[in-house]
Design a protein. Structure first.
Length: 439
């Protein structure tokens, strides 16, 4: 447990302590629940000698499982998403695991998703066991038995708030439950990300697919409700943008001398957003889940940060285009609509491209060239669903991105960029013609 000295100085009245989980064998907090899930499965007869461990993971849980598998003699097959850092994938392979990379921008039920692929593998492979960290209650129990008691003892019972990024939910729910049993006044605040469903569900009880869209932040947020997320234990959620999380991840290293991962940046950025809720008597514990070495090609890489528009630059930004009404709010059609409907909408609104949604979730796009080619090749294509000819979804960027960076992102293969204003919860589309007017 380490006290923060600079980032929160003069901003947060409370004592802020971070619980560093980077000293675990796999350099993350996920080691705790990985070994717990394996040993519980062994006792239950679900995981047998020589078996294969299968899991869908963002990298850290896989690392914990892989290390235990080496010691215990199991094989490992992991599915992950294409947004995860290369360092995480390479680390899993270093321990002999097979890693299957799946697309991020699909529904959990989609057969291509890393959830679905891992479930299919468990059914197909004999003597295999899927850890299922999202719904396996051994995840929560590990933190109830270990993380919660450690926080209580290390703060001599003075902890008043637990601030933690929420992904599978095991850390927040398990440690939070233990702490609340010791002192019911302790608050558990979960850090969420834009593009995730947790915050709105907690506040309204509504699972809103409109909340779901691609995001960069790793390790927190989800597009479904894991069984390990106990919304009764977590008192509130605070959303943090990809940009704020990335910038804060770098600040933690440069200002506090702590080399932590992306979710640590999210947690501290969220803490600062909540600074007015703390008093001088409060003792806040923030979980730092994993190590910064897994993000060397991302948050700690200047080229990557510039590419994403996260490094501050002067000059015109996407916000200026929106304010000047040079770009319009996003208009989309459902993937099940016929191609003929897409043609009519694009013609009526003079759109050269349009976004495609499935159950109001952005899943693809269509530009006039692709539409033209499809209809010339097969006139009957107009009666088929638009998803049969759709292209990849346009990328999401923060509204603060400089125009000069936007210009590099718009190419013949990618004719538009979606700009998200997290403060107003609106999405705008910026096209090549929008940029031509200002460049």
């Amino acid at each position: 447990m380490v006290r923060l000295n600079r980032i929160t100085q003069g901003l947060v009245k409370a004592t802020v302590l971070v619980k560093l989980e980077t000293f675990n064998p796999g350099n993350s907090i996920k080691d705790r629940m990985a070994i717990k899930m394996i040993e519980d499965a062994e006792r239950a007869g679900l995981l047998k000698p020589g078996g294969t461990i299968i899991e869908g993971t963002s990298g850290n849980t896989g690392m914990g499982l892989a290390i235990a598998a080496v010691v215990k003699g199991y094989k490992c097959i992991f599915t992950t998403t294409d947004k995860q850092s290369k360092e995480k994938v390479d680390a899993l392979k270093a321990f002999g695991a097979e890693v299957i990379v799946c697309p991020t921008n699909v529904d959990p039920e989609d057969p291509r998703s890393y959830y679905s692929v891992s479930s299919r593998l468990e059914m197909e492979l004999p003597n295999s066991w899927k850890a299922n960290q999202y719904d396996n209650r051994s995840n929560t129990q590990a933190h109830y038995e270990q993380t919660g008691p450690e926080i209580w003892e290390q703060t001599d019972g003075r902890v008043t708030h637990l601030v933690v990024g929420v992904g599978t939910g095991g850390t927040a729910s398990g440690a939070g439950r233990y702490l609340k049993e010791r002192n019911s006044k302790i608050k558990v605040w979960g850090i969420d990300t834009y593009g995730s469903v947790f915050k709105k569900y907690k506040e309204t009880g509504i699972f809103d697919k409109n909340e779901i869209y691609p995001y960069i932040t790793e390790g927190i947020g989800e597009d479904f409700l894991p069984g390990n997320v106990d919304f009764e234990i977590i008192d509130r959620f605070e959303k943090v943008t990809d940009k704020d999380a990335a910038i804060m991840t770098r600040r933690i290293a440069r200002e506090e001398g702590i080399f932590a991962g992306n979710s640590a940046g999210s947690a501290i950025a969220g803490l600062l957003q909540l600074k007015d809720h703390f008093t001088e008597d409060d003792v806040v514990v923030v979980i730092f889940h994993d190590h910064g070495s897994r993000y060397l090609g991302k948050m700690f890489n200047d080229d990557w940060m510039r590419e994403k528009g996260f490094l501050e630059k002067t000059g015109m930004t996407a916000r200026d285009l929106v304010a000047a009404k040079l770009s319009g709010e996003l208009f989309a059609i459902e993937a099940s609509e016929p191609v003929e409907h897409a043609l009519r909408v694009m013609s009526e609104h003079d759109f050269s491209q349009i976004s495609i949604t499935r159950d109001k979730r952005l899943v693809g796009s269509l530009n006039e060239m692709r539409l033209y080619e499809a209809l010339v090749r097969d006139p009957d294509a107009k009666d088929r669903p638009v998803e049969s000819i759709m292209q990849p979804a346009f990328p999401f960027v923060d509204i603060s991105i400089p125009v000069e960076l936007l210009a590099t992102m718009i190419t013949p293969q990618n004719p538009a960029v979606l700009v998200r204003d997290f403060k107003t919860d609106k999405t705008f589309i910026i096209t090549r013609s929008d940029l031509i007017r200002v460049l």
